[in-house]
Design a protein around this ligand. Structure first.
Ligand code: B12
Ligand code: SF4
Length: 498
């Protein structure tokens, strides 16, 4: 019994799919992994095929002897999954199952193409499906799985999250039966090609070291209205959603990485809420980490759970880079985002704590969300004035809001008639597609953290904004913005729309 697992994600980490692969192998199944990074990257093109025909032909050859094919997808990769599935269905008679965040929130839509979808966590569910396919049973009794047959859909409830994350082996980095698309061709994903892919990771490029991305837990205690986490938490009625792997389990994985991937120069911890671990737990983790791993690492923080005690221990253990969501400094938008507990005072306090470690860490990144439909210019100006108060050095990551389906904010905007076409306005929207305007231009100019605070204060002063952000000058700033964007993309060797 052979199972092929396919990922269209932009990098080749795909923690969830690799964990499923390792779990299936642990239970005696043969797996192969196929990474098909969306060739359009952030330049999403609406309703068009993403892959070249010859790439699809090569994919079919690799899948030919498979008994089951699984595909992972986020919302932006919907077109990729559709193209891959259509091609497989036209050439092979193999059942196809979709899993990941998009099938979890929109299972019915996904069943227009896939035979089955997995809702939520997939290790146990996929094992059940693999057993059923091997034994020639149908999958209608597999927990968390929805199956389409003869035009009807059987819907199984989601399994409870009552197991331990330590039950799952480390992600599958076996380098055998792994393939990846590179320049349109599907090649064996060797040790060296893996290295090349990891070099391209965003944080790897910033830190100029090759990062190994992992997750030490799943879930997040917060409930931001633009984020899918709240919806997923409700799927499980809130039970068991925030979970951690034990220190020993994480350290075992990282020791393997140190031994088998010696080029790895830092560990990129991608947990949504690493700082939500308790102080004692962080102390225990850092002690082991320092002793056995001793590589620099990065993680994400939230202003609510970051404390000086935690940060101090983490920096001592090698924390080199931190990313924190500020999102907006307008009280009105913080309320809209359900982040009113993360007030400006609270956020500035967290930023000041981080700034104390400026000599030991890379400049931190603060995320902001732009292009929010309910936001006024005054709200945007509040964020810019807040930025002018942030102590240097820092970087900004301004993201254009994508109203991912089934989030609270999506439902609100949909009810208010602000989303005309989900596929065009959401599936095909990238967070890099910021609206060209004077105020967004100031955000872009602030990205590197080098714009003098006094200058930003001046450019957001009432009289100045009234003129520069006036209707009459809007077309001019639109052109300046687009020109700068084009120049940036040319210098970076990137084509297409941003
Ligand atoms: C790491 C990460 C990334 C990595 C890439 C993924 C990777 N390297 O693995 C990077 C940084 C590249 C990335 C990029 C993006 N990401 Co991202 N990312 C994440 C993050 C933080 C963790 C993903 C992860 O590994 N989770 C842990 C594993 C265990 O969970 P999982 O992947 O969901 O897999 C489980 C189940 O879903 C299921 N499953 C998954 N696949 C399959 C397949 C089969 C066959 C089956 C049966 C089951 C199954 O089983 C798995 C194991 O239990 C999540 C947030 C989160 N907490 O999940 C966001 C998240 C997935 N990302 C998101 C988004 C929006 C993006 C971007 C599109 C935009 C952005 N702002 O970042 C970009 C993509 C840009 C592009 N050019 O395409 C959203 C997706 C929302 C949506 N509706 O699609 C999330 C949920 C963040 C959020 N809270 O909103 N991301
Ligand atoms: S803190 Fe981040 S991961 Fe957690 S709910 Fe908010 S946006 Fe989502």
């Amino acid at each position: 019994m052979k199972i092929t697992l396919i990922s269209p994600y932009p990098d080749i980490t795909t923690f969830g799919l690799r964990t499923i692969s390792a779990y299936l192998k642990k239970h005696g199944f043969q797996t192969q992994l196929l990474f098909l990074p969306d060739p359009h990257g952030d330049n999403i093109v609406f309703g068009k095929d993403r892959y070249e025909p010859y790439t699809m032909d090569e994919m079919v050859e690799i899948c030919r002897d498979s008994d089951l094919i699984g595909i992972t997808l986020m919302t932006n990769h919907y077109d990729c999954a559709v193209q891959i599935t259509k091609k497989i269905k036209s050439a092979l008679n193999t059942p196809v199952i979709w899993g990941g965040i998009h099938p979890t929130i929109r299972p019915e839509e996904c069943l227009e193409f896939a035979d089955m979808v997995c809702i939520g966590d997939g290790e146990e569910a996929m094992l059940d499906v693999a057993n059923a396919v091997e034994e020639g049973r149908d999958c209608t009794s597999c927990g968390s799985i929805w199956v389409k047959s003869n035009g009807t859909i059987s819907k199984n409830p989601v399994r409870a999250l009552d197991g331990s994350l330590d039950d799952y082996p480390m992600p599958d980095y076996s380098f055998s039966d792994h393939y990846a698309m590179s320049d349109g061709r599907i090649l064996p994903l060797t040790y060296d090609l893996t290295k090349k892919f990891l070099e391209r990771g965003t944080v790897s490029a910033y830190l100029k070291k090759i990062g190994y991305q992992t997750m030490t837990g799943r879930g997040c205690p917060h409930k931001c209205t633009y984020c899918i986490n709240d919806t997923i938490k409700n799927l499980y009625s809130g039970k068991g959603y925030l979970r951690w792997r034990t220190t020993a389990h994480v350290i075992d994985e990282l020791m393997w990485v140190k031994e088998h991937m010696p080029y790895v120069g830092f560990i990129w911890i991608s947990d949504d809420a690493f700082f939500a671990r308790g102080l004692k737990n962080i102390e225990e983790f850092c002690k082991e980490y320092k002793e056995k791993i001793a590589l620099p690492f990065s993680c994400l923080a939230s202003p609510l759970t970051l404390t000086e005690e935690k940060l101090d221990i983490l920096v001592d253990a090698g924390l080199l880079y931190l990313q924190m969501g500020v999102e907006s400094a307008s009280k009105r938008i913080q309320d809209l985002f359900n982040r009113s507990t993360m007030s400006n005072d609270r956020m500035m306090k967290a930023i000041q704590i981080i700034n104390k470690y400026k000599d030991k860490m890379y400049p931190p990144s603060y995320d902001f969300i732009l292009d929010v439909p309910y936001e006024t210019d005054e709200d945007k100006i509040e964020s810019l004035r807040f930025i002018s108060e942030i102590p240097k050095p820092f970087r900004l990551q301004p993201f254009s809001l994508v109203l991912y389906p089934e989030t609270k904010l999506y439902n609100m905007a949909k009810d208010d008639g602000l989303i005309a076409d989900d596929k065009r306005d959401i599936y095909a929207k990238s967070y890099t597609m910021r609206e060209p305007s004077y105020l967004n231009l100031l955000m872009t100019l602030s990205k590197g953290g080098r714009l003098p605070s006094a200058m930003l204060k001046l450019l957001t002063a009432p009289g100045v904004v009234d003129v520069l952000n006036s209707k009459a000058l809007k077309p001019m700033f639109k052109n300046v913005y687009l020109g700068l964007q084009k120049a940036y993309r040319l210098t970076k060797g990137l084509g297409g729309r941003q």
